[in-house]
Design a protein around this ligand. Structure first.
Ligand SMILES: NC(=O)c1ccc[n+]([C@@H]2O[C@H](COP(=O)([O-])OP(=O)(O)OC[C@H]3O[C@@H](n4cnc5c(N)ncnc54)[C@H](O)[C@@H]3O)[C@@H](O)[C@H]2O)c1
Length: 458
């Protein structure tokens, strides 16, 4: 599917600018010359819906509420008719926002599926280990599904979901949000239009950022690979997918190095305590201080389910730091996720890709270098510069998006269209390719553990 099927012309033209004195063309000319559409999010197959798609939200946490928010902004397209979550605060919050009747407020996903089918589709945004069972059950009952990544924590479960999708003929959209960011849409369009000739190789960096790392993969729900999924799945299945998408070819071999070097007890400073609130002698000098991150800087507070009344926050945040993992010392957790990884991929067409996932960086936003036979591209998720070898001319692009790259709601829009029209081709990724991106990550994890070069067998 052409990338430029998806953004308004105004948005498209704004971000393009020409690097001073090295102008090739204005974007309009470039688009014309290469036969590109001007509207990134335009899709001729999208239709006006006769009625909204009715959706059950399973897992009303951080991600689930973002996807459900699409219904608030687009009530003619999506209607959240039920919610399931063991956290009553989250259920009530969703019920209020989406006007869900009490009979459709559930404590767990199992309760939802005890009822006869009562909606068109289900969004599954539960923790990683609770994807497979609700997804299989939803498919068996005839629901279409929007499934958060990772598809499942094991390769076997991913294959089960693939098989069940085929058996039932239902639609399963996997939340590859990066594919829907303007940045990667543009890159894909440019590569498909051969604007840098043949792709030869890719270097791709995922800078997690040190606080994000400590929050999610040291203190948070994804800290332990056995409880959640290996970080190469949990964090980097986005990257295996995006690299495969850009190369547009099957991957054949992978090799990975990586380990947990820093966030472990051997590195706990003298005077540090179990919790940052426990009188830690180095709290003021520690970049990972929970008091600094959550209490003073008020970052990433969504995990505390704080009420609207901010006067209560001081007390509730401190309570959270004293009772949850978010207040614990980063050197004294039960974490096992590597804090740095390097992955090498070989594709069937000879293209190679080198991917790094790094915790110890001060910034976020993927960095991408794409080397082509006729030019190259250097980007950082908000900007990129394309250089044409023959002329040396440069074309630059930049666009500010939300913190998640701007792909969340365009992804939901495509899925709603696919469900409404009962056409999986409207999704950016087929379930087969989504599963392949996960198989790449599982193979990388085997390579990391066994120091081997692994075949990627789809
Ligand atoms: N696509 C992305 O970019 C992206 C980003 C972050 C997380 N994720 C993935 O999204 C999923 C959800 O992550 P999150 O950050 O929203 O986590 P979260 O903890 O905020 O939300 C998960 C919710 O599931 C609920 N839940 C637990 N057990 C349940 C059950 N039996 N039935 C119904 N609900 C249940 C929890 O109470 C919680 O509210 C995870 O798989 C995660 O890896 C994807």
């Amino acid at each position: 599917m052409s990338v430029r099927q998806f953004i308004s012309p105004e948005n498209l033209l704004k971000p393009f600018s020409i690097v001073k004195n090295t102008a090739l063309h204005g974007w309009k000319e470039v688009a014309k010359r290469f036969g590109l559409q001007e509207d990134l999010y335009y899709n001729p197959l999208h239709k006006k819906l006769s009625k909204p798609v009715t959706v059950i939200l399973v897992g009303a946490g951080h991600r689930g509420s973002i996807y459900a928010d699409y219904a608030v902004k687009n009530p003619r397209e999506m209607n959240i008719v039920a919610v399931a979550d063991p956290n009553p605060y989250r259920v009530q919050k969703m019920a209020k926002i989406h006007k869900i009747i009490p009979a459709h407020c559930f404590g767990t996903w199992e309760e939802v599926f005890k009822r006869e089918k009562f909606a068109d589709a289900v969004i599954i945004a539960t923790p990683d280990h609770l994807h497979t069972a609700p997804c299989l059950k939803a498919l068996e009952m005839g629901y279409d599904v929007l499934l958060e990544k990772p598809i499942a924590p094991t390769e076997e479960e991913c294959r089960l979901i693939l098989a069940k999708t085929k058996e039932t003929g239902r639609i399963v959209g996997v939340c590859h949000v990066l594919r829907y960011t303007p940045y990667f849409r543009e890159l894909k369009e440019i590569l498909d239009a051969k604007m840098i000739g043949e792709v030869i190789s890719i270097q791709h960096l995922e800078p997690i950022e040190y606080i994000h790392m400590s929050h999610s993969y040291v203190r948070g729900n994804w800290r332990n690979s056995k409880v959640a999924t290996p970080i190469i799945l949990a964090k980097s299945c986005h990257d295996t997918d995006i690299i495969r998408w850009l190369v547009n070819e099957h991957s054949e071999n992978v090799h990975c190095f990586g380990n947990l070097k820093w966030f472990k007890s051997a590195n706990a400073p003298a005077g540090s305590t179990e919790r940052c609130t426990g009188g830690c002698a180095v709290e003021h000098d520690c970049p990972y201080s929970a008091l600094q991150i959550y209490y003073r800087d008020r970052k990433r507070l969504y995990v505390f389910d704080l009420p609207g009344d901010k006067s209560k926050w001081d007390k509730l945040i401190l309570q959270g730091l004293n009772t949850t993992n978010y207040g614990r010392c980063v050197y004294r957790m039960d974490n096992d996720q590597p804090d740095h990884l390097t992955v090498n991929l070989l594709f069937r067409n000879g293209v190679t890709a080198a991917f790094s996932m790094e915790a110890f960086v001060s910034y976020e936003g993927r960095r991408t270098r794409i080397m082509g036979s006729m030019g190259d591209i250097n980007g950082d998720m908000e900007t990129f510069v394309l250089t044409t070898f023959r002329t040396g001319k440069k074309l630059s692009w930049s666009m500010k998006t939300d913190a998640h790259g701007g792909g969340d709601h365009p992804l939901v829009r495509d899925w709603i269209q696919a469900v409404s029209q009962q056409n999986p081709a409207l999704l950016s990724s087929s379930i087969d390719v989504s599963v392949e991106s996960h198989i790449m990550a599982f193979a990388a994890e085997r390579s990391r553990k066994n120091l081997t070069i692994e075949n990627i067998i789809v």
